[in-house]
Design a protein around this ligand. Structure first.
Ligand code: AVI
Length: 351
């Protein structure tokens, strides 16, 4: 554990130069995750005109993309839950172990009586563990999936009847509007799971700046961040032996078929995931294994054998680089806790 005092720097975060990478033909596209944040929350089923145009623009673009938010229909959310328990997928259990091991220090630093705002609250399980530890006055669960959120909030309220629990449906890509009648006192945003890693550098910085404004002077952020490590460990986490991550990636095609009426045949596609060292991110793609044509009611796209659709980025950080991002976002000081192998870090940053 280390304390880092405020340090100003001209370097904006961890934006790395756009070097050509080792994977020829790999898309450079920026994918807006607009995640059902904690992921695992489930797509609400409604497709807005904006989402439809976003899907089609992604499919017909020179470097085809599908936003990772389309992973999370019911099947995708269930697959994600399975991913978090896979032997190769270390982030969930490593973050939990850090929170457990440093619980005393965390509870000392984060005083009671606050309002806790969990981004991408999903099933509220992580929020519940934090509330049991730091006993806030009020817990706000923010997620994009309304139905799922309301059920999770009701469950949490039953488990912790003294806590004031409120749901807020919001897209993390936009400003989060909190109810006007919240109790006073300091605010803490909780953003576990390294979901920040699914944002490209600029939107990640923009999100952290919005968090800074949301908690205000004296407010704070507790955030999980996956760290750079051995390439084999990283790649195994996204290419598990059981094939659950492959299934999760391919499931996006079935979801798109339902959403826009396309006719993706998943047998024509393969899961591809690798670490792009220059950009410090795991990239997930779907690669056509044959020449194939995909049609939807008002359009189509031909994919050559070997052509890829970029479906997700998962950025991995160096602790000093992430500290600089927090600094650029407006946080004045921070501490972090990590595991003995330094695979994952939990940062506590104050405005
Ligand atoms: C939700 N997010 C933090 C996961 C990650 O590791 O980037 C999503 C995921 N994609 C494949 N496996 C897990």
């Amino acid at each position: 554990m280390r304390q880092v005092e405020r340090h100003r720097t001209q370097r904006v975060g961890w934006l790395r130069p756009a070097l050509p990478d080792a994977h020829d033909g790999v898309s450079d596209a920026q994918i807006n995750p607009g995640l059902p944040a904690s992921a695992g929350s489930g797509w609400s089923g409604e497709l807005s005109a904006g989402d439809r145009s976003e899907i089609i623009a992604g499919l017909v673009g020179f470097d085809a993309t599908i936003s990772p938010k389309f992973f999370y229909d019911h099947a995708g959310s269930t697959l994600f839950e399975r991913i978090t328990r896979l032997p190769e997928y270390y982030p969930t259990r490593t973050e939990r172990a850090i929170m457990q091991r440093h619980r005393r220090e965390i509870s000392l630093r984060i005083s009671a009586g606050k309002t806790v705002i969990e981004l991408g609250a999903g099933n509220c399980e992580k929020g519940k563990a934090l509330c049991a530890l730091i006993r806030p006055k009020c817990f706000i669960a923010v997620d994009i999936s309304q139905d799922f959120l309301h059920r999770a909030v009701a469950g949490l309220q039953q488990a912790l009847p003294k806590l004031e629990v409120r749901p807020v449906v919001a897209d993390l890509m936009e400003d989060i509007v909190l109810p006007g009648d919240l109790p006073g006192g300091k605010r803490l945003v909780y953003y576990p799971g390294s979901s920040i890693g699914n944002f490209d550098p600029e939107p990640a910085l923009a999100l952290l700046r919005r968090v800074c404004r949301l908690v205000g002077e004296g407010g704070s952020l507790l955030i999980g961040v996956d760290l750079i490590k051995d390439q084999a460990v990283l790649e195994a986490a996204y290419n598990d032996a059981e094939g659950v991550t492959a299934e999760f990636n391919l499931n996006a095609l079935a979801h798109l078929n339902r959403l826009i009426g396309s006719d993706f045949d998943r047998r024509d596609w393969q899961h591809v995931a690798f670490f792009n060292r220059q950009r410090s991110r795991i990239e997930m793609h779907l690669q056509a294994s044959v020449n194939t044509r995909v049609c939807w009611p008002d359009g189509e796209r031909h994919f050559r054998r070997g052509e890829r659709i970029h479906t997700e980025n998962s950025y991995k950080y160096d602790v000093d680089d992430f500290a600089r991002v927090l600094d650029s976002a407006g946080f004045k000081q921070h501490v972090f806790w990590t595991d003995p192998r330094r695979w994952f870090a939990v940062f506590y940053a104050q405005v």
